[in-house]
Every structure is written in C-alpha cells, then in structure tokens.
Design a protein around this ligand. Sequence first.
Ligand SMILES: NC(=O)C1=CN([C@@H]2O[C@H](COP(=O)(O)OP(=O)(O)OC[C@H]3O[C@@H](n4cnc5c(N)ncnc54)[C@H](OP(=O)(O)O)[C@@H]3O)[C@@H](O)[C@H]2O)[C@@H](O)CC1
Ligand SMILES: Nc1ncnc2c1ncn2[C@@H]1O[C@H](COP(=O)(O)OP(=O)(O)O)[C@@H](O)[C@H]1O
Length: 296
Amino acid sequence: MTASATPARTDAQLAALLPHPAADANKYTRGKLYLVAGAAPYPGAARLAGTAAERTGAGYVELFCAGKSLLAVRCSSPSLVTRDWRTWHPARLEPPREGHPWACVIGCGFDASPALMELLAETVRAFPAPLLVDGGALGLLAGETGLRLAAERAASSEAAPLVLTPHGGEAARLARAAGVSDTLDAPDLAGALARAYHALCVLKGPRTFIADASGAVELMDRGTPALAKAGTGDVLAGIIGALLAQGLAPRDAAALGCALHAEAGRAAADALTDICTTTEDVIAFLPAAVRAIAGA
Ligand SMILES: NC(=O)C1=CN([C@@H]2O[C@H](COP(=O)(O)OP(=O)(O)OC[C@H]3O[C@@H](n4cnc5c(N)ncnc54)[C@H](OP(=O)(O)O)[C@@H]3O)[C@@H](O)[C@H]2O)[C@@H](O)CC1
Ligand SMILES: Nc1ncnc2c1ncn2[C@@H]1O[C@H](COP(=O)(O)OP(=O)(O)O)[C@@H](O)[C@H]1O
C-alpha cells in the first residue's frame, strides 16, 4: 500500500522558516557549512554546491576537495575557503558552540575511489552536527559498511541527524543494498530508505518526497522540467546544507530547501525560458525565490 504524502507546505509556513540574519550577526553565528566535495573529475559539483550554500545564507563555507580540484574552485569562487581534503579530519572537531551552528554536506562530485570511502566513513562516524550525504557518496553508502555506519551514527549519544538526497538511480542503489524493493512507489521507497539508513530521505525527481523513519512523508511538487540539468542536485544539496548550517531542523531545511530550489528554477525559466535555463541560473535566481516565499 502506498504511503500518503502530506501536501507541500504553504508559502506562509515556509516564509516563517527563512533564516534572516540578526542585526548583530557575524559570519560564524550565521552558520558554517563544511562541504566535502569535488573529486578531480568533478570540481564543478563542489563549486555549484558551495556557491548555492553561500546564496542561501550560510555565513562561512569551507570546502574540502581533491588536490587537483583546488585551483579550479579557488579561481572561480574566491569567497569559498577551499582546502585539500587530505586535511579534513572531522574526528578532531570540537562540537559546535551554542549560537554557532554547523552542518556538513559530503559527496557532490564524488567518484567511486576507495579513498573516498574512508573520508565518508570518518565523516559519518565523527561529524558532530547535521550531515547531508549526496551524489557519489550515496553510492559508497549503499552497502553493508554504509548501513552499519548509519546505524552506529543514529545510536551514538549525540545522534546528530543524517539526511540523504538521492535521485532515482541513487535511491535504487541504496534500496538494493538494504534489501528494499526498488519497485516501491516513490513515497514508500523514500520511507523505506529513511528507516533502513536511519535518516531523513529526500527522494528527488519531478515530484520530490521528503520522508523520515517515523513514516511521515511530505510532497514537494512545485518544480519545473527546466531543473532537469546536470548539477541541479548539487545545487539542492548546497541549499539544504546551508539551511541545516543555519540551525533549521532537518525536515524544515529539506522542505524549505526544495521549495527555494524549485522556485528558483521557475523564476529562471520565466525569465530565460525552460530551454535556456542553466544550472548556474538556478543559483542566480535564488534571490527571486527568497523574495517570492518571503512575500507570502
Ligand atoms: N558539474 C559537475 O561536476 C557535475 C557532477 N556531478 C556528480 O557526478 C557524480 C555522478 O552523478 P550522476 O548522477 O551523474 O551519475 P550516477 O550517480 O551514476 O547516476 C546516473 C545513473 O542513475 C540512473 N538514474 C535513474 N534515475 C535517475 C534520475 N532520476 N536522475 C538521474 N539518474 C538516474 C541513470 O540511469 P538511466 O536513467 O540513464 O538508465 C544513470 O545511469 C556525482 O558525484 C555528482 O555529484 C553531477 O551532479 C553532474 C554535474
Ligand atoms: N522534470 C523535473 N521536474 C521538476 N524537477 C526536476 C525534474 N527533473 C529534475 N528535477 C530536479 O532537479 C534536481 C536533479 O538532481 P540530480 O538528479 O541529483 O542532478 P545532478 O546529479 O546532476 O546534480 C532534483 O532536485 C530534481 O528534483
């Protein structure tokens, strides 16, 4: 039987979640996003996620990427603080201080290299604040080791939340690894993945379903086929990551993030046509999305 998804939230409900900065804000109180992304073949994915996070209000985005991606990202996005991911050691981080929220996004532009499995494992084990897993890292998570790491994270005393943002292909891999039927309807599949991986699951597609392990599923269907372009998923990961980094609860960050992403796609398509909209345009039209939702 298909789980029934609750309808998308109203703009007024979403507007109440927008993280406007306080008058006395600084870049750390606005929220820090650690972004572990961009293997050598995919520096663009790291840049897309990072700049989308900056546009969504994160005060500080620190990007850890492959040595070979460093120069490309640094030259194209000087405001991203960009480091070699061999210096990423989440186990050495002290938990964030009160009023200085953090989050981490890992996996945009990951390939299947075994060294990246170690990076992912250390991050799932030790990152002490909300963690979003996207892109190639979802393929690495899809296996016995990934299932065990997710269960251990959920059982640890801090139990900082885990968020997964698979597209249909990534969801099928996660499902196979967990013994979940990948023929389930999307809302049921999202719920089954949430339970199997002890996570909030944002199952992306023309209609996006946000499910948690309790069985609650929320529908977001305000997108546009103009969003069917390489890299728009990396943009969504950066947007939701920035909202988590600003202290929103995972369900709220996912609902608002998906709505902003969809609305930015619509605003870009209105201005530039559904044919000509590029992934970079989706980031450029995030202000229009914020205005549309804030004006509700
Ligand atoms: N600019 C950059 O640097 C960019 C870098 N990127 C990075 O590339 C990495 C690989 O990510 P990826 O998504 O390109 O490839 P992969 O995970 O192998 O999945 C593709 C397979 O899944 C299947 N599939 C089924 N349903 C699907 C669906 N709804 N949506 C999409 N696919 C669906 C599909 O099968 P098909 O439908 O063709 O039968 C196909 O065989 C990742 O780290 C990402 O971050 C990209 O974001 C692009 C911009
Ligand atoms: N036809 C469509 N209608 C609405 N949204 C779409 C459509 N196709 C794709 N999207 C959205 O675009 C994004 C694509 O993400 P993903 O497949 O992960 O791209 P990538 O891996 O290239 O970054 C998702 O947020 C998805 O919901």
